[in-house]
Design a protein around this ligand. Sequence first.
Ligand code: AHR
Length: 852
Amino acid sequence: MSIKTTTWTAFAIAAMLTSPVRTQAQEEGDNISREIFIYCPDDRAGLHAAYLDFEGNWQEIGQLCASDYGQWGAEKRMYHPNMVRASDGTWRAVWQLNDHTPCFAAAYSPDLITWRPQDYPRMTTKNCLRPIVFEGDDGTFDIFYASGDEKRYVNASKDFRTFTEDTPSTISDLAWGGDTVLIGGKRHGGQIFDVTQGELISLLAHHEILRRDGDMSAERMGDDTERYKDLKKATATLTVRPGEKKAISDKLIGIFFEDISYAADGGLYAELIQNRDFEYSSRDRKEWSATTAWQSSQPIQIETSDPLSANNPHYAVLESEPISNEGWDGIIDSDPGQCFAFSFFVRNIDCAKKKWLVQLVKNGEVLAQSKLTTQGAGWKKYETVLDTRLPKQRAKITGQDCVLRLVPLKKGKVAVDMVSLFPQETFHGRKNGLRKDLAQVIADLQPKFVRFPGGCMSHGQGLDNIYHWNHTVGPLEERKPDFNIWNYHQTRGLGFYEYFQFCEDIGAEPLPVLAAGVPCQNSAADKDGYGGQQGGIPMADMPAYCEEILNMIEWANGDPATSRWAKMRADAGHPAPFGLKYVGIGNEDIISTVFEERYGMICKAIKEKYPDIIVCGTVGPFHNPSADYIEGWDYAKKHRDIIDMVDEHYYESTGWFINHQDYYDDYDRTAPKVYLGEYAASTSAKRSNVETALSEAIHLCNVERNGDVVAMTSYAPLLAKDKHHNWNPDLIYFSNTEVRTTPSYETQRLFSVYSGDRYVTSQVTADEWIGHRIVASMVEDSKTGRRYLKVVNALPVELTLHLDGLSLPQGTSYEGFSGQPGDQQVTCGKGTTPEGDLTLPPYTLRVYDLGN
Ligand code: AHR
């Protein structure tokens, strides 16, 4: 070879990057052997590769894959990776995860570029140390590992998906070999393999593409002063072909509701008492107990015998000492000047009758009070109203420090549970309803669907925390509270009935998402030390789990005269079916073998019984080219008979959204549809601002253009309560008294309010360096004939947009916002156009209502 490798390789890579077919360099490279070294630089760095250059130095290539086992923080580690190249050229890897887990990691790659999601086969031993893998003569794989003083053996199938039970082994220590090389001055242990020059080029080219993609995704509007310092004004042409239209989804904008950051309990769910059922515990949060949020001058006695419900076993025993509840950062009405509905359950223990004062108290002053008498045997519900409508009280009730005080007036022990205080006015006047102001801001988005109850909350923190819809319906005292994966408590007061009712109230389709028989892959270890998906719901229990999901559909849509589930719905106050059309199965799960077995079973069960239900599957937590995305899509395409749509998730930088405008352009139009169920753009500020909102608007223009393949989208997360953020950015921030929308909210609202079901072909032409910052989309609503043109100017200068194929009469109305990239608040304004070209101020989103 006369040319130096680095130059030669760079040339070959450049050719590959620009050519869709195998290059001559690759073809020729098939006959040249090269060495690569596979290693793990440290336990959190994942599997890396380096190659030996022609000067005899090892050069880093990049990360091949990372460990996906268990909790973020404590786990996701890789120790002692070991690989084998199978006789067909494909690769198998195993590694140790920690020193206390009954599994190791098993990974498969056809080419070291794409990786199938990892499996963590369960072993009988408590730990699985330093696993090694060899290919057997029959094409299966022999895996050995150490556990204490013992060595164990496991056989893995050719496809590396089925693993036998481990047995003792007498394999020699010499089997644990390895190589050491120097990379960048540091010595690493690993393994050297021979590959062809062509394979090495492909690997290098792949990493070069990733690097370039990373560079593009780093573009920030915050750097525009430098990037566009020579740009004084921008001009572009929008060419519209009004006759060229295609049908697109009429449900593109919906919402994703999850009880994260106190979105439900303490948030949208209007209950004002915190820990009303005395069910808080250290499972919710280390320092919590059954008396959290309650105060008394004496220790509060908590009992569990003869409870109100087995699902709600704890209650307080009171005698003469008052107790107070602090609510959620104080008891406070977001809509001052109304009455509060109080209720509680009481069982007299050693007295026939008891008198009570129920008070709303601020700094010792009673603002409202009501008297009650409880009497008789057994648990009974008592209700009263606290009236705070007197002007004197109204003024005082705006602070953060109101508490609810229960004052038992006579001696004698009583059991108290389910202490509740609601504003009498809730959204749409629903009992057990939603906070009016917050629900209204959501309703103003005019979402076409609501996904609930999560997110990670759907699949839960470990098998025991999977969200079971049937634990969330029926009388409140019978519902089964649980800890919330986001480190607080779920009362389930906002349960499936309330979610469906909210959907009906705002005219949105319900989209319940239920776990695919596995908990969150980031779950902590169970009592046996098995973390992540914990092996999934045992297969023997899966038929019952499938039945539970079918019962949900029956509950929502069935006939109360023939179905006991539908009768529950009718008994709760909704005899008419809810008309459920969509069911989501799985939430950004790792698409492991354990997952696929259960997922397929559930989707099949739904389709067999309810062929008209649209089943939405999942393709992991990241976009292309992540392992879960590739495997999830592959699975969905092979199982089109049971999967109609898949849920994609990606939280990305603004630069990623700006530079991936063709993301959906090449999607297979015959494949299952896309539900972009979770996405948001972010900058280092981790708050929605004009930059994120415009990047999302750019993405939504591209989604509209691909509205024949993307059926639904929902920004995530929706809500976050001040001082309780689990996640940032969010669409709407709130406190007890305030609701603050964000620039991203305005983007969602504008795309939702001005939506259509036909896409009209249009194209922006501009100089290359500014073209990706000027984006437009035109849609038509076939029912009304109205057409809407959305234009994003994500440049720091005014944009003049010439129109070709479209003329806007003077006075055409528009709505939109402008600002500086870092602005976290915008005001959406309305206006009308002058005659001629469109002009848009810097950093602007506008929607023009073109009428019909
Ligand atoms: O939207 C917040 C979280 O992000 C969701 O619970 C989860 O699905 C994703 O990781």
